[in-house]
Design a protein around this ligand. Structure first.
Ligand SMILES: Nc1ncnc2c1ncn2[C@@H]1O[C@H](COP(=O)(O)OP(=O)(O)OP(=O)(O)O)[C@@H](O)[C@H]1O
Length: 258
């Protein structure tokens, strides 16, 4: 991670159709190479914040900047990976990855080399001719990851990337992300409901508050990489984050006593 700021939110406010503010005066600076996890209860605005960073939503007030420039539309420098992978079912793995080169001028040789490299990085070299419907969910997500990486983006945005996968596939893909982070120094912002995933991957965890639309708390995760899920230090962060959620629960009115 460097000290250079790559993404910056300056006092942003977001409301849809003039309704309640989903995001209320959030400011955030993200450094080049940093991994940020956005967590919070359902509806607190995590995806909205990610969509603003990706250029899919505009802010109502304030500024969202990428390398100092206002974010106005999605670009190949800041790529979003969705939960549903978005693969083209009629193209094999290799062709799905190469699809990323559509519309850009890049020498054939460079396209081939990049595709080979990232197929290897996500461990899919042997499956390059396989069609998406013959791949497991985890493999499909790895294809989507490789397709994003061949563009050599500066930022990867993930909206609950592994939520649909079983626990062990999720662990495996989390390790893939750690590997990519080490090898590519890509800045990553991920929305997740999984506290362990946040602690395992992030340099910083941002908890958004559902009621106020503000940042409720920030945790700097000062654990060395690779992280040990069963370690006492890991548990320390789990407890601290769970406490944060319980704390807000105590503020709510209890509707049922069973
Ligand atoms: N395009 C939209 N138009 C109107 N309202 C929207 C739109 N997108 C999101 N919202 C509303 O904004 C609020 C925040 O939604 P958002 O999807 O950002 O939350 P989230 O924290 O990602 O939720 P979840 O964890 O359930 O995915 C919700 O109340 C949602 O209904």
């Amino acid at each position: 991670m460097t000290n250079e700021i790559i993404l910056e939110l300056k006092n942003i406010v977001k409301n849809y159709d003039g309704k309640k503010q989903v995001i209320n005066n959030i400011s955030l600076q993200i450094k080049k190479g940093e991994t940020i996890a956005l967590v919070g209860k359902s509806g607190c605005g995590k995806s909205t914040l990610l969509n603003i960073l990706g250029g899919f939503e505009c802010v109502t007030k304030g500024q969202a900047l990428f390398n100092g420039q206002e974010i106005i539309k999605p670009t190949r420098q800041c790529v979003m990976l969705m939960q549903n992978y978005g693969l083209l079912p009629w193209k094999n793995v290799r062709k799905n990855i190469e699809f990323a080169f559509e519309g850009i001028k890049l020498a054939q040789k460079e396209q081939q080399e990049r595709t080979d490299y990232y197929l290897g990085l996500v461990n899919l070299t042997e499956n390059e001719k396989t069609m998406p419907n013959a791949l497991s969910g985890g493999m499909q997500q790895r294809v989507a990851l490789a397709r994003a990486l061949v563009m050599k983006p500066q930022v990867l945005l993930f909206d609950e990337p592994f939520a649909a996968l079983d626990t062990f596939t999720r662990y495996y893909l989390q390790d893939e992300l750690v590997k990519i982070k080490n090898e590519e120094q890509t800045t990553m912002v991920l929305v997740t409901h999984d506290i362990d995933e946040a602690i395992y991957l992030a340099d910083r965890i941002i908890i958004l508050n559902q009621n106020s639309g503000e940042i409720q708390k920030e945790f700097q995760v000062k654990l060395s990489i690779p992280r040990e899920r069963a370690s006492a230090d890991f548990q320390y962060y789990r407890e601290a984050i769970f406490k944060e959620f319980q704390f807000t629960q105590e503020q709510q009115t209890i509707e049922f006593n069973i």
